[in-house]
Design a protein around this ligand. Sequence first.
Ligand code: HEC
Ligand code: HEC
Length: 213
Amino acid sequence: MKKYQCMTLIAAGLSLAISSASALEGDAQAGKEATVMCVACHQGDGGGMNIPKGESWPALSGLDADYMYKQLQDIKSGARESVTMQAFVNTLTDKQMRDVSVYYSQLPAVAGKGGEDVTEEELAHGEKLAMQGDWDRYIVPCKSCHGPNNQGAGQHFPGIAGQHAGYISDQLHAWKKGKRHNDPQHLMLAIAERLDDNDIRAVSAWLSRQPAQ
Ligand code: HEC
Ligand code: HEC
């Protein structure tokens, strides 16, 4: 059954990718003004910050606008649980959620900085998971959905290359713990539940060292 599930995952991913032109309407200038309370964490350039052993702040610059708008809606509804973010999302109107998403999507992506303390072996393992997967364990490579260089594909598959390791790792654990259940067709849950702590550490560290789009 497992191989069949894998093929289904890829097929579901592809059908999402085909229907994924980003066309969110919003006012980037108004969005910029609404980010006064966001910059403390997501920073003025939208690059966020990696906080080892703490709650990392994701880089938002260059992410797809529709994707971010969906995330803000999901955080507001609780489909994606984040105590930190919910307080801020609740202060935004629907128009402001569109505006800030368009604003951040237009900022140039900030290059990944890495930062986690990992060995060469761990990085090699992370690269394998991201680029080739591990078919013996039914782990589909990240790039099959997140784009050839993991830099994103349309509105459904966010860029994860160059994202902070702490944030990638937090999200994978959030899926495993059921705190994030907003992914279409549970595509990410199916991957996250097959990754152990070592896989998560390795793939997060490797991705965080790759250039963003
Ligand atoms: C106190 C720090 C903090 C502030 C201030 C903050 N955020 Fe966040 N933001 C976070 C954290 C932490 C996450 C990851 C939440 C999680 O774990 O799911 C996040 C996630 C997000 C995401 C989802 C990103 C993704 O890749 O899925 C968006 C979009 C976002 N924030 C936008 C905003 C906007 C817009 C504001 C201002 C109105 C804001 N944030 C203010 C800390 C903050
Ligand atoms: C079958 C398709 C698929 C595969 C394979 C896949 N992902 Fe994802 N991933 C998704 C989808 C869809 C989302 C967006 C979920 C949503 O809408 O909230 C996502 C979101 C994410 C996010 C959250 C990004 C953000 O900014 O919020 C992270 C982190 C992530 N994936 C990591 C990975 C890693 C690491 C791998 C490889 C080990 C991987 N993914 C493989 C489909 C996939």
